[in-house]
Design a protein around this ligand. Sequence first.
Ligand code: NAD
Length: 254
Amino acid sequence: MQTAGRLSGKIALVTGAASGLGEAISRRYAAEGARVILADIDSAAAQAVAASLGADARHVRLDVTDEQSWLAALEGVKSQEGRLDVLVNNAGITTMGSIESLSVAGFKNMLEIDLVGVFIGCKHAAPLMRPRGGSIINMSSMCGIRAQADLAGYNAAKAGVTLLTKSVALHYAKQGDKIRCNSIHPGAIRTPILDKVMSQVEDPKALLASFEAVHPIGRLGRPEEIAAIAVYLASDESAFATGAEFVVDGGSSL
Ligand code: NAD
């Protein structure tokens, strides 16, 4: 890819970087000149992606639900890179289920990964960003704005991310820290998470058709189309944006 160097000199940590949107964002960040730390619970897969990006990328094993894991990863950033400019809280899972069918354990597990993981990242990345300011980008979803009957836990977690983002943005702005925090709200994007969702239902083809049908643009999104907004939010071009919802959903929330 032709690089415009929009992130030249930036140091970015991306969670869930081994697959799907996190991988696409990491690849685009590297192409734009950033040094990228690819963090994922699937260490081997993150290592493989990092290796393909060359010397300006490395990987780290991170379980976003585990505060100690975060502290260790960020300590590594402090000692190896010295600071952090961009954090993308992207790691997440989707478990299908309505209020009746989703188990309490399934609900709690999704909140742990999709919401608590984001909370811990926002909390502990700030000290590494504070000296120069930084950008925190939280991956919510169109499901963090609009409800679906069979996504009770995912709706709750992603809506939590939407408002947590605004609280974090307000806090750091009021402190004069120059740390911005915004959320991205993709529509359905063709990544491995969709295959995992389809494997949970009886009629995957019908589910896929229903996903396509809710997008007025008439198709699913592509990971690169989410990476593009993540570049804008990581760059200084978005210096006046904080606490905002960036919806990239093919019109599905209209
Ligand atoms: P994906 O399944 O392709 O990738 C998710 C990554 O997160 C995987 O590499 C996985 O190993 C990692 N991960 C899971 N649990 C983790 C943990 N505890 N700690 C660290 N890493 C962990 O999914 P994706 O489609 O790339 O989704 C990325 C994010 O985008 C998720 O937050 C998802 O909810 C959100 N999102 C996706 C879509 C979509 O249609 N693909 C739409 C809206 C929002």
